[in-house]
Design a protein around this ligand. Structure first.
Ligand code: CIR
Length: 427
């Protein structure tokens, strides 16, 4: 029996077959795994083809070795944890093309030692074709047990979840809700080439023309008839409307989600700038509503209306019978909905210097506290934080709104208690 081991040299890796007696039988293959592995040690940004090339058109022994190395990382990804011997044997029996597709699904988890989930879907049918492996990951991430199925309920009352009930100061809050959606019949962004990205962009721009709302599409595609200028894009980013350059994120580059940037990307923005649709980010579409006010139901209504109008315009979304809407990253499956409010927590965040404290308090209430500009952004001195419920799967759209309201009520009560503790003692 022979084993395959990796030998480190200063500048490259050699693949080496070891015989049963333990002798190195041959220094046979010199691979470009070397560049790849060196890059990922420092979390450099590398492209998907570069990441894929390290696994020589899917040599499972190299995959297994890489996962074993990554088990020493601070956090082991779910993909790594669930790539068991049983899964390996199953993977090896798949037809060649399917094995290559599976490598595509796990490549970002192999390439990045900070991966926590470690898989991205490349097409909706991955969930069926690779269910033997992916089910374990999706179920663990979302805490799904038994035969729970995703249900949907957009019946969200207007006038009930009013933030002024939490504090009279919450009269004009920045309330945001988004849903991730992918359109049935297309590859997901991780597997789209430039031609498909451009075709998808024209398809969706035709659907936007049928929306019953005033608004316009601006494209990031070089040479597009509706191409926005660099200045316009910068302004839209300053206004927090447009997404960032995707090529700066190591997970998005290695998965292929950021490939062919900025082709096929753009944004539809309503005339009143409260509704927007991102095209070609992590999912085909991110449908977003931002309302300044106090009633959470208002933002839901705005988002639900836009979603319904898109479906009416002939856009049919990819769905899974159990997991609900199909999203590129399995973390968003279920409703694909994330709803949040920007709230200041100067005390729980210790004036923005201890965001971990605020995050821990939020987590205990099943909420997520982020900085001003997304998941890994900093909090300001006022402790302004974007608060949203954590759950995506197994809760309906309406339940998410309710959880946000109830969670925020409890979190703000903690802030108030801190306020009282901090208050100067008067006699
Ligand atoms: C990981 O595995 O850690 C990354 N693919 C990110 C997972 C979090 N999901 C997300 O940003 N949509």
């Amino acid at each position: 029996m022979c084993g395959l081991v990796l030998i480190w040299q200063t500048t490259s890796i050699f693949l080496c077959y070891i015989t049963k007696s333990g002798d190195a039988a041959s220094l046979s293959l010199r691979t470009n795994a070397s560049n790849h592995t060196r890059n990922i040690m420092t979390q450099k940004i590398i492209s998907k083809p570069e990441a894929i090339s390290a696994y020589i058109r899917v040599d499972w022994e190299i995959v297994v070795q890489r996962f074993a190395d990554l088990r020493h990382a601070e956090r082991v990804s779910l993909a790594n944890k669930h790539f068991t011997d049983e899964v390996l044997q199953w993977a090896q029996t798949l037809p060649r093309q399917m094995q290559l597709r599976l490598l595509d699904v796990i490549i970002a988890g192999l390439a990045n030692d900070d991966a926590q989930v470690g898989v991205y879907l490349t097409r909706p049918e991955d969930l069926q074709d690779f269910a033997f492996f992916l089910d374990r990951i999706v179920r663990e991430y979302h805490g799904i047990s038994g035969d729970t199925r995703q249900e949907h309920d957009w019946d969200i009352p207007v006038g009930e979840y009013t933030l002024t009930r939490i504090s009279p100061e919450f009269g004009r809050m920045s309330m945001r809700a988004r849903v991730a959606r992918n359109v049935a019949g297309w590859n997901l962004p991780s597997a789209m080439n430039r031609e498909e990205r451009l075709r998808f962009e024209s398809f969706i721009v035709s659907a936007f023309a049928q929306l019953p709302f005033a608004g316009s599409y601006r494209s990031l595609t070089p040479g597009h008839a509706l191409e926005m200028s660099v200045e316009e894009a910068e302004q839209m980013r300053r206004d927090h409307f447009l997404f960032n350059d995707m090529t700066t994120d190591n997970h998005l580059t290695t998965s292929g989600i950021a490939s062919e940037w900025p082709f096929g990307r753009g944004i539809w923005l309503s005339a009143d700038k409260t509704q927007m649709i991102w095209v070609g980010e992590e999912d085909h579409l991110r449908i977003i509503s931002i309302v300044h006010g106090s009633d959470l139901g208002e933002v839901d209504k705005s988002l639900g209306d836009l979603l319904k109008a898109l479906e009416k315009a002939g856009v049919s979304f990819a769905r899974h019978p159990v997991y609900g809407v199909v999203t590129t990253c399995p973390t968003n499956m279920g409703t694909g909905k994330r709803q949040s409010v920007l709230v200041q927590f100067p005390r729980l965040s210790r004036r923005g210097t201890d965001e971990a404290h605020l995050k821990a308090k939020a987590k205990a209430l099943n909420l997520q506290a982020r900085g001003l500009s997304g998941e890994h952004s900093q909090m300001d001195a006022a402790g302004t934080s974007d608060i949203s419920p954590r759950a995506r799967f197994g809760v309906t759209e309406a339940e998410i709104t309710k959880r946000l309201f109830e969670g925020l009520t409890a979190l703000y009560e903690l802030e108030r208690q801190h306020q009282e503790e901090d208050a100067p003692v008067t006699v």
